[in-house]
Write a protein that binds this ligand. Structure first.
Ligand SMILES: O=C(CO)COP(=O)(O)O
Length: 159
C-alpha cells in the first residue's frame, strides 16, 4: 500500500459569505428542495452553485440564484471537485442516494474524496445539513487546515 500523504498542512479561510454547492441524486432531489425551502433566507446570503439539474430545480422552484454546472452524470461532480481543489468552494451539501447505484459512481466517490482531503464541510442528508447550516461558523470567517500543496510537490520533485 502506498502510504504517501501530505506531511505539512497550511491554512485557508472560509469567508463569511460561503460558496455552497448543492447536489442531489434524483431519488433525493425532493428532499433537498424541501431542505432548501426551509433554509431559503439563510442560503440567499451565500453564493450557491450546483450540478445542472439540481441547480435548475433550486433556481426555478425556490427562486434562488444558483450557478449551474454540468449535470452530474455528464461530469458535474468532477467540476465541483475541481472547485474544491482550487479552493473555490467552502461547503458541500450532497444528498447522494444510498439506494441507487449510479453510472457515474466513480465521479461521486472522487468528489467525496476531494472534500475529505481538502477539509470541506460535507452534509449528506437533511439532519447533517441542518447542523451545518445552523452553525455559528456559517456567518464567520472560519480557518481550516488543508494540505500544503507546495510542500507536497517539493518533496516529490526531490524524491
Ligand atoms: O448526479 C448528480 C450528482 O452525482 C447530480 O446531477 P444533477 O444535479 O444534474 O441531477
Amino acid at each position: 500500500m502506498n502510504d504517501q500523504r501530505p506531511t505539512r498542512q497550511t491554512r485557508r479561510t472560509l469567508a463569511q459569505r460561503k460558496r455552497i454547492a448543492l447536489i442531489a441524486h434524483d431519488g433525493k432531489k425532493d428532499e433537498l428542495l424541501k431542505w432548501v425551502g426551509r433554509w431559503r433566507d439563510t442560503l440567499a446570503r451565500h453564493e450557491l452553485i450546483g450540478t445542472g439539474t439540481t441547480a435548475r430545480r433550486v433556481a426555478t422552484e425556490q427562486g434562488l440564484d444558483v450557478e449551474g454546472l454540468m449535470s452530474g452524470p455528464l461530469g458535474g461532480d468532477q467540476q465541483i471537485g475541481a472547485r474544491i481543489t482550487e479552493q473555490r468552494l467552502d461547503l458541500l451539501v450532497f444528498f447522494w442516494d444510498p439506494f441507487a447505484p449510479m453510472p457515474h459512481d466513480p465521479d461521486v466517490k472522487a468528489l467525496l474524496r476531494l472534500a475529505a482531503l481538502w477539509n470541506i464541510p460535507v452534509a449528506c442528508n437533511a439532519a447533517s445539513a441542518d447542523f451545518m447550516i445552523s452553525s455559528p461558523y456559517l456567518a464567520e470567517n472560519y480557518s481550516v487546515d488543508i494540505p500544503d500543496a507546495g510542500d507536497w510537490v517539493e518533496a516529490r520533485a526531490h524524491a
